[in-house]
Design a protein around this ligand. Structure first.
Ligand code: HH2
Length: 264
């Protein structure tokens, strides 16, 4: 899954593809490099980010989805949003995947939309909300807590009519989590995979990788991103949300080709 951020303030690439034509060209490039899914987002969820109104989010993402539908027809288009209005317009513009970092809590009616249209969805764990989530995150056992949350959110989606095979789950690396929480979730990712849904991970360039490597500049964390994705793959994750597609594809090809008994 390649990241197409149409925002002025995303943590690692804010402002680079704010212009629709540039964002479309970037998405086409990521698809050519091997990203099966293009995740288009118009609102940053980095720690401390301010929310964006639906109107502005629509203005940013809809032309990009329309452009990608035309110029990358083989790609699955994903909309990274928590707003019903945006998800609705995005599906009309060609999106077949809704990536909701609030796991249907911000706008529970997205569940009905996903059910009705038969698109895929990703339900992500987050403690708190982006503006304040890194203040003092606490858990009993982080893996048990995240797993219970995701299980409950998947059950909610199914109760609203979403087919189970349309649901993917994401532990939400970096969303209301300390370094120790992130590392523990990756180490014990198999316990999330055991829920039986495809697991998505978004480790790309995130600050916990900076803490582990000493690299302060997000774009310098490519090798760290590949390493974390390969470990996540080995523990059962199957969708990898990244900014750096070529390096990640190489890493995952090696992982898939060398792990015993894996046909992915
Ligand atoms: N991470 C980010 C945004 N969306 N979606 C899922 N499912 N999982 C993630 O880990 C995830 C996500 C944050 O990364 P990015 O889009 O690069 O930054 P920003 O939120 O600042 O735009």
């Amino acid at each position: 899954m390649g990241v197409v951020n149409v925002t002025p303030d995303s943590f690692s690439d804010g402002g680079l593809w704010l212009d629709a034509a540039a964002a479309v060209a970037h998405g086409v490039e990521l698809h050519d490099q091997g990203a099966a899914i293009l995740d288009v987002g118009g609102e940053s969820t980095r720690p401390g980010a301010d929310p964006v109104g639906a109107e502005e989010e629509l203005r940013r993402v809809i032309p990009v989805l329309e452009g990608l539908r035309e110029r990358a027809p083989g790609a699955t288009l994903s909309i990274d949003t928590s707003k019903l209005e945006v998800a609705h317009a995005a599906i009309d513009a060609g999106a077949t995947y809704v990536n909701d970092v609030t796991a249907l809590r911000h706008d529970p009616a997205i569940a009905g939309l996903v059910a009705e249209t038969g698109v895929d969805c990703c339900l992500m764990h987050m403690q708190g909300e982006p503006r304040t989530m890194q203040a003092d995150p606490r858990y009993g056992d982080v893996v048990d807590d995240v797993r219970a949350f995701l299980e409950e959110r998947a059950a909610f989606a199914v109760a609203e009519g979403v087919a189970p095979e349309r649901i993917q789950l994401d532990p939400g690396i970096g969303f209301g989590k300390t370094l120790e929480h992130n590392v523990t979730l990756l180490r014990r990712l198999d316990e999330i995979v055991a829920l039986g849904f495809p697991v998505v991970v978004g480790v790309s360039r995130k600050s916990f990788l900076g803490a582990l490597t000493g690299r302060d500049v997000a774009a310098d964390r490519v090798a760290a991103t590949v390493a974390a994705n390969v470990l996540a793959y080995e523990r059962g994750a199957r969708v990898f949300r990244v900014h750096d597609v070529p390096a990640t594809v190489d890493g995952l090809k090696v992982a898939a080709g060398t792990l015993p008994g894996d046909d992915a």
